[in-house]
Ligand binder design. Sequence first.
Ligand code: PLP
Length: 416
Amino acid sequence: DGSLAEVDPEVHAAVAAELTRQRRTLEMIASENFAPLAVMQAQGSVLTNKYAEGYPGRRYYGGCEHVDVVEQLAIDRLKALFGAEYANVQPHSGAQANAAVMAALLQPGDAILGLALAHGGHLTHGMHLNFSGRLYDVAAYHVREDDHRVDMAEVERLAHSHRPKLIIAGWSAYPRQQDFAEFRRIADAVGAYLMVDMAHFAGLVAAGLHPSPVPHAHVVTSTTHKTLGGPRGGVILATADLAKKFNSSVFPGQQGGPLEHVIAAKAVAFKLAAEPEFRDRQERTLAGARVLAERLLAEDGLGVISGGTDVHLVLVDLRASELDGKQGEDRLHRVGITVNRNAVPFDPRPPMVSSGLRIGTAALAARGFGVAEFRAVADVIALALRPEVTDVELDALADRVSTLADRFPLYPELQA
Ligand code: PLP
């Protein structure tokens, strides 16, 4: 026995280096965030030792009295946070939550309809290599070429021609809100279930800054680690009539023992998400994304997909730039800003290169950034993406990034 540093110096060193990386760089991957220390403490707790197959009060193992408390807290807080009748907090990830929902509602070969991956959808919404694309008969809807908004006329058309049993709204790379009521109207017209995957924007919904899908969808899935700011994991929300179907689909359908240490961390995150400080953070997230979109739109050669943003991310359009997505990602990495390249709708470049950058503001808002700091970051990004920028100029931008990062200490309680 002994500390991590003693037992495994190699893993310890890599973890310490990662803490330093997170502190020194500006994290703008739209799906990432910084879990609060209390969340990480719960996740790093003795609950990792406990088997608890089943659900609170109905377990297949003894000694579950304390994990029952934890899991019930997580369920009750999640239901209250989103006003849902039913919640399942056991899915190990967002992908597992979606798999469980589909397994509960569909038979292999059934038709589904989701947003195309290349237009902002997620792998689990029907991508051909994913379980969703392999098990089900997929049709995909798209965004319109002129304004990059989801083409609801196409959704309606495909719903009637493809006859999906499940329609999926939600996205991984789409900078606007979707019309959940309209999705539900279309689903009802063809007798389909509507699932909304709010993984990306759940934190905005929890803060009341984004329309909630809960009143419209039969089922809502989410991750807990994106804008919601909790541990890595998934959840399912639904109406009470679907509770049995989803509970048995998660366990024993898809998973064995729940990760009670992660569920404890989810419970802590849901508590924090109900507090005023969380709303303030989500407001800064949204304001930061708007500031970023405006600054990048003002830059020659750069575009912003859909002309702006309603959410925590901006999709930079490099189709008119000499730089492709890979080069743009590398440029920003060079100055200490972490983002991911991303296909833009109607992208002429191949996916490994792509013509877009997905840039999110949730992690920096968690770090304390407000509008003034987001203005400064937006300026650095715009300048770094100028094709003609020199190495000396990039060094100066990297200094600006370091200064900003140093002003907002990350996890001061932790030792690197
Ligand atoms: N759903 C959406 C919309 C996502 O963006 C993601 C994450 O990228 C997931 C599901 C999958 O979550 P996880 O990575 O936890 O499996």
